[in-house]
Design a protein around this ligand. Structure first.
Ligand code: GLN
Ligand code: ZN
Length: 771
């Protein structure tokens, strides 16, 4: 018998994003809730069958969600704030959607729960809100219903739930602060999970998987105690009350290592412990080595990467499984995390040559790899030596996949320390730029994109499909630029932009002009709710194939006497929102990208662009989860890569950067070290504490803390914006403050964008005149 195989979770959006389509149609009133339910049921059935047919032993259930699994967990625990409960909908799905997206209609008017990034992924979860511990109780039959649904289909699944520890660590109180976790709350939550485990014992489940990714973060004493109290209660509930069947509990962890709590976990007596052997490899292995594995515990070796799309290296995975077998009597083979974060299947990617496609493995293919590895794991050396499966896999890694680009490595090798330093120092540059640009105090600008109307999107699509010729398309884009420039002039903005109408996406657009990139047709990954993204793939060494943005920036600048800001995506963000290579380091890939964008920066400057913004929207996203890794595994190369991009510009050229979110209090020095002249960020929803941090850190970069929230169609009044600017000026010196919206405007409509900007400019003028 081969080793047990287990899938932590499977994508739920569907091969062709069926779930997205039906839910969005429902929101628009174009399909019924029954249609939504039917599609959901069909997708679950198809996904279970597909995994079971491939030979997976432990197929996950309850990994399905209409919107987000953390939101489902909140609902399951009855953590439904009153404002949503009061909307007396006839269907629970409508309450769920109201919590996820807000609701405005006959039943009332509520905003959505806040959304946050799920660890270091580009998936976003809804932040649970807990008011009264007394309200916590089992409030949902979803996990049981799905288990029964699969059982009726002949598949005994392994129900998967977000564990209580992670849930409590992620939840907030109604003021959006960390929870006070007391005994009452712990007992209430543990009790619900105990009930669930017991119910599954009764229903005949073999395993229940509790996901505790929060365990891979740094913890203090209190965290460990919390974990222990929760799980002692839950583990005693494994046998159903009649004393009959017993269900096994798998504690599953991912996105890093649990070395600092492994000893405790091992002593608690879980039936299974899931370890991520991709992201937490060395530390997890060392912990197992040091503390061993309890007698009746199965180690679930997470060797199939759930976060990247390259084929698994079987020899490497077998090495890991073999190493664990020395310490553990039972080793199961598992995905390192849920497969939620990879696309559905490579099948149908007809735009890529078979010779290329054979290197990729999406969710469906990963399931096959899992079974392959488990089968090989039980074979002895001799049969492995003769295994054609293994040999074929090995051939993928023989080093001939891409030919290295010597000119790129030569350029990198020639870099000196000084290439990462811009001269002169920022204070001197500041004076020169003041003089050269002649901007008023509290200069106004935007973050880059302007509303992308249906017409703009449709025209871009036509051009892509060759339905209109290049000339027609160019005339169209030029007209859009003319219009947006003249509107910006009219309302009196100081630093203008060209509007980014030619860009579908801030990463794919750049990738299309870089050597070394590949694109898929249907490789969508859920980002939040029904929103999916389709990251491009870094295939080989990256270099700039041709100027990317110069033409339209130059054109825009030629249409106005105002300064037009050039608009680029930075190297760290391009990599973080692409599928990176696994054969070279992220550091090296970022450096290659940095050289490419550096070429673009210099060409823009040569074309007469005096202000250049280099967006690093995703810089914070990949900050390692453990504080001790922040610098050596990330910031120490990410920040210099950014500096390499702009270090060669003239002192008078002003470099801006933009970051979504303002959660960088703890890395404020590093952000300042990017050595940009100006940074804009999203602080319009926060309480401006970041400005205190900026003040305390003696931050040198000028700041544009976002005076209104572009994520909402609401038009802020001039008065409100004056108030907002006053707030900002209490904390920051007016000579270093910029006035701008908090992010790009491409998802907004013209109706709200122009009045909002007009009010913003008026507000800046009023505040200037008061001074
Ligand atoms: N320049 C980009 C835009 O305005 C920035 C987008 C972003 O920060 N995500 O759309
Ligand atoms: Zn942004």
């Amino acid at each position: 018998m081969s080793a047990l195989t287990s899938v932590s979770g499977f994508p739920r959006i569907g091969r062709d994003r069926e779930l997205k389509k039906v839910i969005e149609a429902y929101w628009k009133g174009k399909s019924s809730l029954d249609q939504v339910r039917a599609t959901a049921k069909q997708l679950r059935a198809e996904h279970w069958k597909l995994q079971a047919d491939s030979g997976v032993d432990l197929v996950a259930s309850n990994d399905f969600s209409y919107y987000d699994q953390v939101l489902d967990t909140a609902i399951m625990l009855n953590a439904i704030p009153n404002r949503y409960r009061r909307l007396s909908f006839a269907n629970t799905e409508d309450t769920l959607f109201a919590m996820a997206r807000g609701y405005q209609g006959a039943e009332g008017d509520v905003t959505a729960l806040p959304m946050k990034k799920w660890f270091t992924t580009n998936y976003h979860y809804l932040v649970p809100e807990i008011d009264l511990p007394a309200e916590i109780k089992l409030n949902s039959t979803k996990p049981f219903d799905e288990f029964k649904e699969a059982k009726a289909q002949g598949i005994v699944t392994k129900p998967v739930l977000i564990g209580p520890y992670t849930f409590l660590e992620l939840a907030r109180n109604p003021q959006a602060e960390e929870l006070e976790i007391d005994g009452v709350l712990i007992n209430a939550v543990a009790d619900v999970y105990a009930q669930i485990v017991q119910e599954f014992a009764k229903l005949g489940a073999q395993w229940v998987q509790l996901d505790e990714p929060y365990l891979v973060l740094d913890k203090d004493e209190g965290d460990v105690e919390l974990f222990k109290s929760l799980y002692s209660a839950i583990l005693s509930a494994r046998t159903d009350s009649s004393g009959g069947s017993r269900v096994k509990v798998l504690l599953n962890t991912y996105f890093g290592n649990i070395a600092d709590i492994y000893e405790t976990v091992n002593l608690l007596g879980f039936d299974g412990i899931g370890l991520d052997l991709i992201e937490g490899r060395n530390e997890n292995l060392a912990a197992v080595e040091k503390y061993g594995v309890a007698k009746n515990t199965t180690i679930f070796a997470g060797v199939i990467n759930g976060r990247n799309i390259w084929r698994n290296n079987y020899a490497q995975s077998l090495g890991l499984v073999d190493a664990l077998k020395i310490k553990a009597d039972n080793v199961a083979v598992s995905t390192a995390s849920s497969l939620l974060h990879v696309p559905f299947s490579t099948e149908g990617e007809n735009g890529l040559e078979p010779d290329i496609l054979k290197h990729f493995s999406f969710a469906v293919e990963k399931v096959g790899e899992l079974v392959d590895v488990a089968t090989l794991a039980d074979e002895d050396d001799n049969s492995r030596k003769h295994s054609s499966v293994l040999a074929e896999n090995q051939a993928l890694f023989d080093g001939s996949r891409v030919r290295p680009d010597r000119s790129v490595s030569a350029r990198l090798a020639a870099l000196a320390a000084d290439d990462f330093v811009r001269h002169p120092a920022r204070p001197q540059r500041r004076e020169l730029q003041c003089e050269a640009l002649g901007l008023p105090e509290l200069p106004t600008t935007t973050i880059g994109s302007f509303p992308q109307t249906t017409e703009i999107r449709a025209t871009r699509a036509k051009a892509r499909k060759g339905e209109i010729d290049e000339k027609t398309y160019d005339v169209f884009i030029a007209a859009q630029i003319d219009q947006v420039i003249s509107c910006q002039e009219q309302i009196g903005l100081d630093v203008l932009v060209h509007g980014e109408f030619e860009r579908n996406d801030m990463v794919e657009y750049f990738g299309q002009h870089l050597n070394g990139y590949l694109f898929t047709e249907n490789a969508w990954v859920q980002s939040y709710g029904t929103r999916c993204v389709k990251p491009p793939i870094v295939w080989g060494d990256v270099s700039r194939a041709e100027p990317i943005t110069v033409r339209w920036s130059r054109y825009a600048q030629s249409r106005t006497g105002h300064v037009v800001k050039g608009m680029l995506t930075g190297p760290v963000t391009i990599l973080n929102w692409s599928w990176p290579r696994e054969d070279i380091s992220n550091e090296l890939q970022t450096q290659q990208l940095a050289l490419a964008i550096r070429d673009e920066v210099l060409d823009l400057e040569a074309a007469g662009i005096r202000v250049i913004q280099i967006d690093e929207a995703a810089l914070r996203e990949k900050l390692p989860l453990r504080r001790s890794d922040w610098h050596k595994k990330y910031l120490d190369w990410a920040i210099p890569a950014f500096r390499l991009v702009h270090s060669a510009v003239r002192p008078t050229t002003q470099i801006h950067t933009h970051m979504c979110y303002s959660e960088f209090n703890d890395i404020i020095k590093d952000i300042d070290d990017m050595d940009a002249d100006v940074i804009s960020f999203e602080a319009s929803r926060g309480d401006l504490v970041v400005l205190d941090a900026i003040h305390d850190a003696r931050f040198e970069t000028e700041v544009g803390p976002g005076v209104y929230d572009i994520h909402s169609p609401r038009i802020p009044s001039t008065k409100e914006l004056v108030g907002r600017i006053h707030e900002i000026l209490k904390k920051a010196d007016a000579s270093r403050v910029w006035i701008n919206p908090d992010c790009g405007l491409k998802t907004r409509g013209d109706e709200e964008t122009w009045p909002s900007l007009q009010h913003m400019v008026e507000a800046a003028q009023i505040v200037r005149s008061e001074r």
